[in-house]
Design a protein around this ligand. Structure first.
Ligand SMILES: [Fe+2]
Ligand SMILES: [Fe+2]
Length: 268
């Protein structure tokens, strides 16, 4: 019989999120620079919400899960400084898509992120539920809200957070980062290279020695220590909260920006 860890890994692999074609469709659509900016705005904000540990590592400790706490703390620490590097990469790709310096200083994180939000407001701003202040779609806000549960430290929320962490690290390692590499590098659309300084974010995250590979290992190890049946159920629910909310965000970005022909109309 399969262990719980094996079962939950298979469960994540079977979810629609795991094989979502949003990045393949990005590569096929060759979106206009404004669309690239809007995509990065939603993705960047989602990624930022997944980095802080908030009360999660302490909550694990408080609930007697000391080994899991150490494994999660390692992931949180390795995420430091990834926000500025993601902004640099996003601005660089927008510049390449535009063929001009839309983002003048790629190392001014606030300026780059401000530009991305402008594009998002212009293109997605009319969607129902779009929040003008943050520039976030309903779907992005819901995916982000899953990580706000890390504020809570009761036992049930803590087990759910473990499941969310597992799904996050598996999707990062096997869908999101490989997807970004596919559309940003392999597609040739941006003449970008993993060894360019501006693309360091991807170099750091991608592949056998990438950060996400190590995060996934940590998360699977943490899950394999959960023996109680009720706790396992909560872990699975936490994984599904992540998978379902991110799938809804990918669906929205895919249909509204990549599949609708909007990208091509703008470029024409
Ligand atoms: Fe990261
Ligand atoms: Fe990660």
């Amino acid at each position: 019989m399969d262990t719980f860890a094996e079962k939950i890994v298979e469960h994540v692999k079977g979810h629609r999120c795991y094989s979502h074609p949003v990045f393949e469709n990005w590569a096929k659509a060759n979106p206009a620079p404004e669309v690239v900016g809007a995509l990065f705005h939603q993705i960047q904000n989602f990624c930022a919400s997944t980095r802080p540990g908030l009360n999660f590592p302490d909550a694990l400790k408080k609930n007697g899960l000391t080994d899991q706490s150490a494994l999660m703390q390692e992931i949180v620490e390795s995420e430091a400084n990834h926000g500025p590097e993601l902004a640099t990469m996003a601005g660089h790709v927008v510049n390449r898509a535009a063929g001009e310096r839309v983002c003048a200083d790629l190392y001014d994180q606030a300026a780059v992120e401000g530009k991305l939000k402008e594009f998002s407001d212009a293109i997605l701003g009319a969607l129902p539920g779009y929040d003008k202040k943050s520039g976030l779609t309903t779907q992005a806000r819901e995916a982000i809200a899953v990580f706000e549960r890390r504020m809570l430290s009761d036992k049930e929320s803590t087990y759910r957070n473990l499941g969310t962490a597992l799904a996050l690290e598996m999707i990062s390692n096997r869908q999101l980062i490989p997807g970004e590499k596919h559309c940003l590098i392999d597609s040739g659309l941006y003449k970008a290279d993993l060894n360019e300084a501006e693309m360091h974010y991807l170099l750091e995250h991608w592949g056998e020695v990438g950060a996400e590979q190590q995060h996934e290992k940590n998360a699977i190890e943490a899950i394999s220590l959960v023996g109680d049946h009720r706790a396992q159920q909560l872990v699975k629910e936490g994984a599904d909260d992540f998978l379902n909310s991110l799938t809804a965000l990918w669906d929205l970005l895919d249909t509204s920006l990549l599949q609708s022909g909007y990208a091509r109309r703008l470029a024409a």
